[in-house]
Design a protein around this ligand. Sequence first.
Ligand code: SAH
Length: 371
Amino acid sequence: MIQITEPRPITETLAADARPDLLGLSREALSETLAPVTDRPFRAKQIYQALYERAVRDLSEITELPRDLRERLDERFRVGLPDVASRHLSADGTAKYLFRLRDGATIEAVDIPDRGRRTFCISSQAGCALACAFCVTGYWGAGRNLTAGEIVGQVLAIRADRDLPMEGLNLVFMGMGEPLLNLPNVKAALDILTEWISPHRITVSTVGILPGLEEMARWERRPNLAISLHAPDEESRGRIMPINRTYPLAELMAALRRYPLEKGRKLTFEYILIRGVNDSLRDADRLSRLLSGLRAKVNLIPVNPDPVLGESMVPPDDAAVEAFKERLRQRGWIATVRRRRGDDVSAACGQLRAFGRDPRGVRARTPKTQL
Ligand code: SAH
């Protein structure tokens, strides 16, 4: 592991800066916001492009604008790119970013290069209230919703850091938080991001918040949908995912059967494999029955253990993972096993904890759920 930067304290100027943020505004809202300074539509367009295509940190960097306009803009507005508090580069090329937001909240995002592809895994909330038994973010508890600017800002900040264009990226909302509990801001961020990135390259992952799914079903341009399923029946899902008591599996599956899928598209079902909990071949058979009739693929994720999760969160051995996958394949499903990436920098699935918050607590607290 190569540690490039250490967490550093929030700067006073950052905290004290009261200028409104331009990031996260739609084209129309940006024009309206800029109107007192410039009412020329092409200026708003230039600024919009510079914010998102070039990921400028500062309005004074938009040198194609006349100097006096730049100065007036800079006096009144800021570009709220999140501060990179630390960055860890894994031996496999995965980079984990810890961002510090204006109010001091910390979130994580991961840059995952994979052969020709590149995927950013981004956060939608600064924490998570859902308390899934296998998830480190959930262990630390709830945090506030991110603004649209803070969501888009993660993409821009990683791009700026790595000098990457917007084109060619894949995005997954699989970082911290539950995107469907912050849907208005996620939608506003997607409206901007999908100007450059096809919704087919964007995946929103959810535990299955039913009102959120119903709303997404009405969107005109829908990203791919991934469902964190993790267990094939009510009882065992309820034990590892408390949200199952609010939105039971049966209702979730019914909502997914109604969910409009474009031609050729599939739902992704994420299924964490936990030894002795949900990894038997009977579980694979039950899972197969549960999905029957759906256009779906299954992504198996051997659970990533973590000290805060307790002793019971152990992945099955490779042979058991392989057997589970094979059973699903025999039953006609597309099933893949998610490779572990960024393991050495705790960037792997479910390990995003925003270390900046209280790293000492890791030892001080006892695991929340015992299976
Ligand atoms: N709240 C959303 C998005 C964030 S979680 C959701 O639940 O889908 C993104 C993925 O990471 C989910 O599939 C989640 O189940 C998985 N994950 C969480 N903890 C994990 C762990 N310890 N090991 C492997 N995957 C984990």
